[in-house]
Design a protein around this ligand. Structure first.
Ligand code: PHE
Length: 347
């Protein structure tokens, strides 16, 4: 082009080429390259314009005017094309980055309370409403507190190696029930009246089956004072059962035996699955056993520091897992401590 004679036609020719190339520029990078090629400092149009001095004087004004027109036209076309590319780019990103708000959300996994914890908290809440304080007692016990002070006869089967987890230390064992907590609580409260519940884990060296585990919860209750009778026990536990299993739910007491209570009883509640009509869970009796109870044995009161001639009390002990199983139709007690999420997530 350097060698060709310079005319307005040369300008028009370059402009035509430039416009054609511009139309083909499909992205920002090509577009910038185009601007450098034609309108940049060393661009074709710029260089042509510089050659104006080669022309005879009289041709220069017309050439200059035409050159300016062309340069402006090309700059304008460049601007429009850049704008169009920008719009196209925006539309493309809108389509590609579109969010489909109709897609279902992804839920996060939340932790939740273990069913036993839920039931324990409910029992604690109801007991607190009824004036019982929570008293914490140890899981590792002495033979003395777990058995002797609770009036267990020397050769009671519960003391057998079959039933108790003994430690390597003589006379130190894992508690087989929460009742030894009665001794600790009485010794702490004596000679004041007392009204406590003692929730906690208990351990028994037993064959694992669908109905029995080697560890399970119990909630012990103990109320003592200077005028406490069996009617107080019946009234309180009936009230408790109604708050726990629904008002109007029937209860009954059956005579029983525990070494540390006299008289002793067991309380049944009308089956919550069949409303007492009889079903597989209640073995067609219409009743479910929920706790053992009785008046604290004079010997035990004495071991706790109280004078049984003026002081009396009642105690009860329930196993919340059994009623949880009944309530939710859980068929195997081993699910409780198996930590299977498929089980736990149902609560
Ligand atoms: N400790 C008894 C048991 O494990 C339950 C119980 C507690 C009975 C308090 C009477 C009074 O079975």
């Amino acid at each position: 082009m350097q060698d060709q004679p310079l005319t307005e036609l040369t300008l028009d020719q370059v402009a035509k080429e430039a416009l054609a190339a511009l139309g083909a520029a499909a992205d920002g990078e090509t577009l910038e390259g185009w601007h450098v090629t034609y309108l940049g400092r060393k661009g074709q149009v710029t260089q042509l314009i510089r050659r104006v001095s080669d022309l005879p004087k009289e041709e220069r004004p017309a050439f200059g005017k035409r050159a300016n027109e062309i340069k402006q036209a090309l700059e304008a076309a460049y601007g429009r094309h850049a704008q169009a590319l920008k719009v196209r780019e925006m539309e493309r990103s809108l389509v590609e980055g579109a969010i489909d708000v109709t897609l279902p959300g992804r839920s996060t996994a939340h932790g939740r309370l273990h069913p036993s914890t839920q039931v324990l908290r409910r029992i604690t809440q109801i007991s607190a409403d009824m004036g019982f304080q929570v008293y914490r007692s140890r899981d590792v016990e002495t033979d003395e507190c777990n058995f002797q002070l609770l009036n267990f006869p020397r050769h009671h089967p519960a003391r057998d190696m079959q039933d108790t987890f003994y430690t390597t230390q003589r006379d130190v064992l894992l508690r087989t029930h929460t009742s030894p907590g009665q001794i600790h609580a009485m010794r702490e409260y004596c000679p004041e009246p007392i009204r406590v519940i003692l929730p906690g884990m208990c351990y028994r060296y037993e064959q694992l089956t669908a109905r029995s585990e080697i560890q399970f919860y119990q909630v012990e209750g103990l109320a003592g004072g200077y005028d406490i009778r069996f009617t107080d026990l019946k009234g309180t536990l009936t009230d408790f059962a109604q708050r726990m299993f629904g008002s109007g739910r029937k209860t009954r007491f059956r005579a029983s035996y525990f070494p540390f209570t006299e008289p002793s009883a067991e309380m049944d509640v009308e089956c919550i699955l069949c409303d007492g009509r009889g079903c597989r869970v209640c073995k067609h009796t219409g009743w479910l056993e929920i706790l053992g109870c009785g008046m604290v044995h004079p010997v035990v009161l004495q071991n706790g520091g109280y004078d049984p001639s003026v002081f009396s009390g009642y105690a009860f002990g329930m196993g919340p897992e059994r009623s949880t199983m009944t309530r939710y139709g859980i068929e195997d007690i081993r699910y409780f401590w198996g930590n299977d999420l498929r089980f736990l997530e149902q609560f």
